[in-house]
Write a protein that binds this ligand. Structure first.
Ligand SMILES: [Zn+2]
Length: 416
């Protein structure tokens, strides 16, 4: 077994090929929506073939190809590597200072849509598999690479389907989503989308409030207090509390809005949509609203529902109905899980910095592995500013170092 230095040298010697692979992937505009993924899928499969890595394409639907590739010993333990190959749309092309699909390298940065989220991280995983295969590095366990086409549309036919259908399983997972440099993600918030509605009694508007019963006015009495969902106090242990404090400190540095670090350990409540009534001179007989609640570690969807019922009860409005159109629980991985320690060790060697373990305020496919009980962390190259915005870039050194960290962590974990 080669030591870390020798493995990292394999990446260093071939770094131009790694950057070439990144640029080639940026040039394929796998934008989602619309999610035309065949060209991207074909490209990745040819790459795997050229390194003699066996793979299969699973299609839960015609338009959603999932690539599953394997390398190493299937009788040992399995490390899942995961990435999505779709990117978000570019928005207004005029706002970009460069061609988002040019795949250009300038001033130590790779430029373009998907450089951070997350084609260079995915390229790093692919490249490392190629190097391990070419060099016939012995592995006691198995790498299971999963490339999915639909993360950017909260897709259900990518990671969710692969895990829930039983098509794949593993002992740990490493997702190459953007975290940047010596940061990783070991937990994220959950989500409840709530729809509330009430009925009223229609009447002529000229007789209000003496005739009829105004549904909009009734619903507003509830919505007035909907922010109280933020008062729910999360319950967690000291270990989680420590990671939470670090995450808040990091969010404070990264997020421009004053106080935004509070989103990490509180529910956020966004009253996103409201409608009701028929005509200005009619007392409305119906009103509805939709609320997006993001829930931190230590709070459950059930706790949100209990608080919602309290708010409705105390509003004094009767006949309020509600439903959840989407629910996901917050999720996390132990900060001392073996896969986290393996990445931490490599990060220390490559960056000469300790791995910064944090929770994220958004969510990603990592949750599906965690719901299945698979310890999972996210680690990948990133400049956070351009993600889902304009002028997305990534630093060349971050990309090369991430590949070095992957090769060290993967072999450590599998040959433990
Ligand atoms: Zn992503």
């Amino acid at each position: 077994m080669k030591d870390h230095n020798a493995l990292r040298n394999l990446i260093e010697e071939r770094k131009d090929q790694l950057l070439q692979l990144c640029c080639d992937m940026i040039r394929i505009p796998s934008v989602n929506p619309p999610g035309e993924m065949e060209e991207m899928t074909g490209f990745i499969c040819r790459y795997l073939e050229s390194h003699g890595i066996p793979y299969e394409i699973l299609r839960p639907t015609e338009k959603t190809p999932d690539i599953v590739a394997r390398l190493g010993n299937p009788n040992g333990r399995t490390l899942i590597l995961n990435g999505h190959c779709d990117v978000v749309p570019i928005g207004n092309r005029e706002k970009w200072d460069f061609d988002p699909f040019g795949g250009e390298i300038r001033d130590g940065k790779i430029l373009g849509r998907g450089t951070s989220d997350m084609k260079t991280g995915l390229a790093g995983l692919l490249f490392v598999m190629g190097v391990l295969a070419d060099e016939k590095i012995p592995l006691d366990g198995q790498i299971l690479l999963t490339v999915v086409p639909d993360e950017e549309v909260s897709g259900v036919y990518g990671t969710k389907w692969l895990v829930e259908s039983g098509a794949i399983t593993g002992d740990a997972a490493l997702v190459a989503e953007p975290t940047g440099y010596f940061n990783c993600e070991i937990g994220q918030k959950g989500c409840c989308w709530i729809k509330l509605w009430v009925n009223g009694q229609p009447a002529h508007g000229s007789l209000s409030p003496f005739a009829g019963d105004n549904a909009i006015a009734r619903l507003l009495k509830v919505l007035e207090h909907i922010d109280r969902i933020r008062d729910i106090v999360p319950r967690y242990n000291d270990e989680t509390a420590r990671v939470m404090e670090e995450s808040r400190a990091m969010a404070k540095r990264l997020l421009k809005a004053p106080g935004a670090q509070h989103v990490l350990n509180h529910c956020t409540v966004n009253l996103g949509k409201i409608s009701g009534g028929t005509k200005v001179n009619m007392v409305p007989d119906y009103a509805e609203a939709e609320v997006d609640v993001r829930i931190p570690l230590g709070v459950t969807c059930e706790m949100v529902e209990e608080q919602l019922l309290r708010i409705i009860r105390e509003s004094g409005v009767d006949g309020v109905e509600y439903s959840f159109s989407w629910k996901s629980e917050p999720n996390s991985t132990d900060q001392k899980a073996e896969i986290v320690e393996a990445v931490a060790q490599s990060v220390q060697e490559v960056w000469d910095e300790p791995l910064n373990r944090t929770y994220q305020w958004a969510s990603s496919d990592a949750r599906f592995f965690r719901y299945a009980g698979i310890p999972t962390l996210q680690y990948g190259p990133a400049n956070l500013e351009g993600i889902h915005a304009y002028n997305e870039t990534v630093d060349v050194q971050d990309v090369i170092n991430a590949a070095k960290i992957y090769i060290g962590a993967i072999t450590d974990y599998l040959n433990h």
